[in-house]
Design a protein around this ligand. Structure first.
Ligand code: DGY
Length: 297
């Protein structure tokens, strides 16, 4: 463990990436604040183990807090701090668009053909993808990330549909507010930007997928648990969906041989939406600040 002092607060930093759960609990039992990442799920057992100690605040280096049992934290008298969605919005919206373009234009299979020597005569029928200009982009969730993704869609000359449970104070010009059913039926690309909560868990399920426009593309850069993965595989296999771009998975880290990771119609990534050097540096600084702010309250 490396130690530094910041404004009178002693900060202890793990000097390895994989801190075991016993090590995490031991540190938490002797600390006032704890900064964690998505790889440290904090469940009721964790909060029970630390509830008699000095821990007062947990700050997560993420906007999502589905890896933390908030009720158990509250019962233990521990405050939970998270990052505002604006911190990761640019990086995550950009990665969302990398997925959209990668799936729509079949970049992964085209590159595989190139590497495998399958680039022969110029073939008018090879590698033809979906053209986005003029197509319809459906966005589920209109927070900081959804709003950015919507602006980029408009810049691609797409019609933008928004489905959100939180009525927005303002909509981007040209964007249209619709129900989930209408969004499913009309969108050529559907992109998910909601947090994982009991309300959104498995929101993209068999009935939803039965209602999507034939040949649509699904993009998920939010949380894997929002999608019923077996239902998604079925929709891909039956051709109802032409493809999917998935940065997130129901179980993370996803196994290299997981069915969706290997699926020929899926561009799968390892939960890297916020992974730009600038955003990760800001996230780390904001997470530490969240813990220090929590301690000074
Ligand atoms: C978040 O912030 O919750 C992301 O999933 C991690 O970048």
């Amino acid at each position: 463990m490396a130690e530094v002092s910041l404004g009178g607060t002693e900060i202890v930093m793990a000097d390895k990436a994989n801190v075991s759960r016993p090590e995490l609990i031991a540190e938490a039992q002797r600390s006032n604040g704890l900064v964690i990442t998505l790889s440290e799920p904090l469940d009721a057992d964790f909060f029970r183990a630390v509830s008699d100690g000095p821990l007062r605040v947990v700050s997560t280096m993420s906007t999502g807090i589905d890896h933390i049992d908030l009720l158990a934290a509250h019962a233990a008298g521990i405050t939970v701090a998270r990052l505002p969605a604006t911190v990761t919005a640019a990086a995550t919206a950009e990665l969302t668009w990398a997925l959209v373009l990668g799936v729509a234009r079949g970049l992964v299979p085209a590159r595989a053909d190139l590497l495998d020597g399958h680039w022969g005569r110029w073939n008018p029928w090879q590698w033809n993808g979906v053209e986005l200009a003029g197509a319809t982009f459906g966005i589920v969730g209109y927070g900081a990330i959804g709003q950015r993704v919507a602006r980029y869609a408009a810049a691609f000359d797409m019609q933008v549909l928004i489905a959100t449970r939180t009525p927005p104070s303002a909509l981007d010009p040209g964007a249209q507010l619709v129900t989930m059913d209408e969004l499913a039926a009309r969108s050529d690309v559907i992109s998910l930007h909601v947090p994982l909560t009991p309300d959104t868990a498995l929101m993209v399920d068999t009935p939803f997928l039965a209602g999507v426009k034939h040949g649509a593309i699904l993009i998920n850069a939010s949380r894997g648990g929002i999608v019923d993965e077996p239902a998604l595989i079925q929709a891909l296999d039956e051709g109802r969906l032409a493809g999917a771009g998935l940065d997130v998975h129901a179980i993370e880290p996803a196994a290299p041989d997981a069915p969706l990771v290997r699926h020929p119609k899926v561009l799968a990534l390892p939960h890297m939406g916020s992974a730009t050097t600038r955003t990760r540096a800001t996230m780390a600084a904001e997470a530490v600040k969240g813990a220090l702010d929590g301690l000074s309250e």
